[in-house]
Design a protein around this ligand. Sequence first.
Ligand SMILES: Cc1ncc(COP(=O)(O)O)c(C=O)c1O
Length: 373
Amino acid sequence: MAVSFLDLSRQHEPLKKELLHAIEQVIDSSEYILGSAVARFEQNFAQRLKASHCVGVNSGTDALLLTLHALGIQPGDQVICPAFGYVAMADVIPRMGAHIVFADINEHFTIDVEHVRQLMNENTRAVIAAHTFGRMADVETLAQMTAEQGVHLIEDCSHACGAEINGRPAGTWGTAGAFSFSPERNLGCIGDGGAIVTNNPELAQRLRLYRDHGAEAENRYVEIGYNSRLDAIQAAILDVKLGTLDEDNADREANAAFYQNHLSSEVFALPDPGPEGSHVFNYYTIRSTMRDQLRSFLKDRMVDTRIYYPVPLHLQPCFEYLGYTEGHIPVAEQMAKEVLSLPVSPGLTRQELEEVAHTIDLFAQTYTTPTAG
Ligand SMILES: Cc1ncc(COP(=O)(O)O)c(C=O)c1O
């Protein structure tokens, strides 16, 4: 039986009528750029996250970029980000002329708080902490530590829409929370989209300026900005899908719990769900020292998996100029060799989950696999 990693059409099927109606409403409204559909979604998303402001933008990348710009990050500044994750967390930093400082990660794939503490110096202006794979970073410690030093904490919530710790949502622990709504995300649109949430009204105001060429009013440009607006049709789609976010996250958590109960924690390192609600499993990522063999074993049996992320950021060619080499950031390097993400999205059937677990079990029985790291 074939199991695909992610079948988005299956997720959209039950919502199709509502989605088409939402698109039709935008078409009929003639408000295609920053109209009421964008405003409505921003209001609903801010409310859902208990944040004062939400600014819709065209991608998660620009959510990070505009945040750095609006915070005045400039040449001479240092920004710390994790060495393991998606490239956008890091490549936005030199675009501001600032210096990237890579921090290592912990066994939950999130930024190592103690390493951040060691790396912070008088030039550090911001820390980008990603809630990698949906598991929230240690935001309680990070928020306190950065606030004490007058450093901005920017949460990259791209994988963790709807996650929370002690009832406080991801995105509201620091200066700002950046979200990607690309299709694979827990809240994903049908194309590109993103947003920033913040409780700082001046920051929200600057973000609104920057996303729209610095336009304060029609034909009046007070800052040099970007065209980074959230598309009206994508906003309308997101508004519909926001209605099923909690249900979808509950499905993801149930699928993860199935794996937790059916995969051998003696053979594989399984992800720790953490405190209740703090992991929303955008990805279910296990570790094995025989990762590549396991992946091809699964592929031969038509179980689709992904490797996020096979190369740590400090070893990517585009960051060679920073001078990092193998051995500099050991945990990130080890994780990159061992991680394997399994299908976990809502809509997976029990039969499919059983197929994945059974095939992995077969692998474990066929090979002697030492516990990952
Ligand atoms: C952690 C993280 N941050 C940022 C981004 C960038 O988002 P986008 O693709 O919407 O620009 C991604 C994209 O997958 C991501 O995974």
